[in-house]
Design a protein around this ligand. Structure first.
Ligand SMILES: *[C@@H]1O[C@H](CO)[C@@H](O)[C@H](O)[C@H]1NC(C)=O
Ligand SMILES: *[C@@H]1O[C@H](CO)[C@@H](O)[C@H](O)[C@H]1NC(C)=O
Ligand SMILES: *[C@@H]1O[C@H](CO)[C@@H](O)[C@H](O)[C@H]1NC(C)=O
Ligand SMILES: *[C@@H]1O[C@H](CO)[C@@H](O)[C@H](O)[C@H]1NC(C)=O
Ligand SMILES: *[C@@H]1O[C@H](CO)[C@@H](O)[C@H](O)[C@H]1NC(C)=O
Ligand SMILES: *[C@@H]1O[C@H](CO)[C@@H](O)[C@H](O)[C@H]1NC(C)=O
Ligand SMILES: *[C@@H]1O[C@H](CO)[C@@H](O)[C@H](O)[C@H]1NC(C)=O
Length: 474
């Protein structure tokens, strides 16, 4: 009897404690000190709906450089003004809440805020006024925040206030991915181009299909750009404005059909290029990669309709020692031109996940030119055809009837009309016109000369008549 009642009480107590915990009442944020320089306040997953006061231990902490406060996965709806925090580099995360509003001057007590994550919330462009990032207030003016990284991904932003970055002069990394921007309108462009210290910009999955020239004009430090998952049918021309600084370009999952010599114009400092998951990409044309004079790593993978790569795609950069890693995995390739790359010069080559036709050309690339030694051990490509070799590693094939290779003989794809571009047609017409023109001028000159000599001959009547007379008399 006794023990049963006791058990019942225990159950009730534990249910109460659990309910209290679940409402966040019984679970204060954890303060931890991972090392002498760092302090972390963990307020994750505590069903918090409003920003609380900091625990005493935090406000009295001194001599900490890095202070991290995380409110990950709570139910905060309004970022109200935060109390001040110790630390010279402060990071705060509000990732995964229900934030709809941010109060003016919300961070004015935290001038040393360098990292702010507001991703996965319900923030619209209207909420992002420049006032929300105002720094400390003194003598009637607002100072700036030290903010370097701002994550606004996965929100409801259509447009940015033109003065949004007025109080964040040190902003170097801006994530706007997964927002319904659709069009980079005039004010958004002004906002972006005012963030002149930006080095990293993520515009992936923002439903944009063009970038106005002015958007990049001020970004003289931009090193890394992600344009994946948008509606671009060509690589935007405006990129050439940041060509002197851009080092990492990601251009996955856009509806481009081909890459050509216009695609990467001016991007002479790009070290790593990633062009993947472009379901409509069918062809990489001649000189596509030629402007990328510093290219070190190329990821051209998971383009499920990519069938052709021109043997001139790497014209004038393939001999350079800079190109080290080329990944062509998981496309729809069956053949590669033997002179596409200087295969032996690469460190890593990826070719897996294609339907390779194991013919003499492929044997030349893999065996004779040494490409076979560049695959990662667990990623050796297989032959798909001919039937006899289907499923075999392409490094395993020996084809007895292949001719003795003559390296001076290079691969040529048949010339097709689709190789003709308006530019080429124009040059051809100009060429023909020049030939015709020169021909006409020559013709005229000859005619003039003939006429001249005829006249000159007529001017010698004696001889002429003599001849005539002679012939008459003859
Ligand atoms: C601790 O601080 C150092 C810099 O002093 C930083 O690089 C590191 O990531 C921090 N560690 C944690 C767990 O915050
Ligand atoms: C923060 O607290 C939550 C809930 O107690 C826990 O799941 C999480 O692992 C903690 N995070 C860190 C970085 O300690
Ligand atoms: C956040 O918390 C909710 C419960 O409050 C949970 O269902 C959800 O999976 C969590 N999200 C993440 C990303 O952990
Ligand atoms: C957020 O908090 C501020 C300050 O308390 C208040 O002025 C503002 O109206 C709040 N916003 C919403 C949407 O409740
Ligand atoms: C911006 O960075 C510089 C150099 O690190 C620093 O001196 C300056 O105080 C920072 N600006 C703000 C507003 O914190
Ligand atoms: C690859 O190309 C072949 C035709 O060459 C086509 O039948 C096949 O469906 C393509 N594969 C994919 C994944 O699109
Ligand atoms: C590669 O060749 C060896 C013999 O030379 C054979 O045992 C092996 O099965 C082959 N592997 C494949 C995947 O073709």
């Amino acid at each position: 009897m006794h023990s049963q009642r006791a058990r019942g009480v225990l159950v009730i107590i534990s249910v109460l404690v659990y309910a209290g915990w679940a409402r966040g009442e019984g679970r204060p944020c954890d303060v931890s000190v991972p090392d002498v320089n760092n302090l972390t306040l963990n307020c994750s997953r505590r069903d918090i709906t409003e920003i609380p006061d900091w625990p005493e231990r935090l406000t009295t902490a001194v001599d900490k450089d890095h202070v991290l406060v995380t409110f990950f996965n709570n139910s905060i709806t309004n970022v109200t003004r935060l109390p001040s925090l110790p630390g010279s580099r402060i990071a705060i995360s509000f990732k995964n809440n229900r934030i709809r509003d941010v109060q003016e001057d919300a961070f004015r007590n935290i001038q040393r805020l360098v990292y702010l994550d507001l991703s996965n919330n319900c923030i619209s462009g209207d909420v992002l006024r420049s006032e929300i990032f105002q720094g400390p207030y003194s003598d009637g003016v607002y100072g700036s925040l030290a903010l370097e990284t701002l994550n606004l991904g996965f929100n409801e932003i259509h447009s940015l206030d033109r003065y949004l970055f007025q109080y964040t002069p040190n902003l170097t990394r801006l994530y706007l991915n997964n927002n319904p921007i659709e069009i980079l309108d005039h004010v958004t462009v002004l906002a972006l181009s005012s963030a002149t210290n930006l080095e990293v910009l993520d515009l992936s999955k923002t439903a944009i299909d063009s970038i106005p020239l002015d958007a990049f004009r001020g970004l003289v430090n931009l090193r890394q750009l992600d344009l994946s998952g948008n509606g671009f049918v060509t690589v935007p021309e405006s990129l050439s404005l940041v060509g002197s600084t851009l080092q990492y370009l990601t251009f996955n999952n856009n509806p481009i059909i081909e890459l050509n010599d216009d695609s990467f114009v001016g991007l002479s400092n790009v070290l790593e290029l990633e062009v993947g998951e472009n379901d409509y990409l069918e062809e990489v044309k001649r000189s596509t990669f030629t402007p990328l004079k510093s290219l070190r790593v190329l990821h051209l993978c998971h383009n499920k309709n990519l069938k052709y790569i021109s043997h001139n795609a790497f014209r004038s950069i393939k001999e350079k020692l800079t190109l080290k890693e080329v990944y062509l995995d998981n496309n729809n390739l069956s053949e590669l031109p033997t002179d596409l790359l200087v295969w032996s010069q690469l460190d890593i080559l990826g070719m897996s996940g294609n339907s390779w036709l194991c013919n003499c050309d492929l044997a030349d690339i893999v065996v004779k030119q040494g490409a076979g030694t560049k695959f990662k051990t667990d990623e050796i490509p297989h032959c798909a055809a001919p039937m006899r070799l289907s499923g075999a590693y392409i490094t395993n094939i020996t084809i007895p009837f292949c001719p003795v290779f003559d390296t001076s003989f290079t691969y040529k794809r048949g010339f097709t009309l689709s190789d003709l571009k308006p530019k080429h047609v124009l040059w051809s017409i100009l060429g023909v016109a020049t030939v015709v023109g020169v021909g006409m001028i020559c013709g005229l000159l000859v005619n003039a000369a003939k006429a001249f000599y005829r006249r000159k001959l007529r001017a010698e009547p004696i001889r002429y008549f003599n001849i005539n007379e002679d012939s008459e008399f003859a």
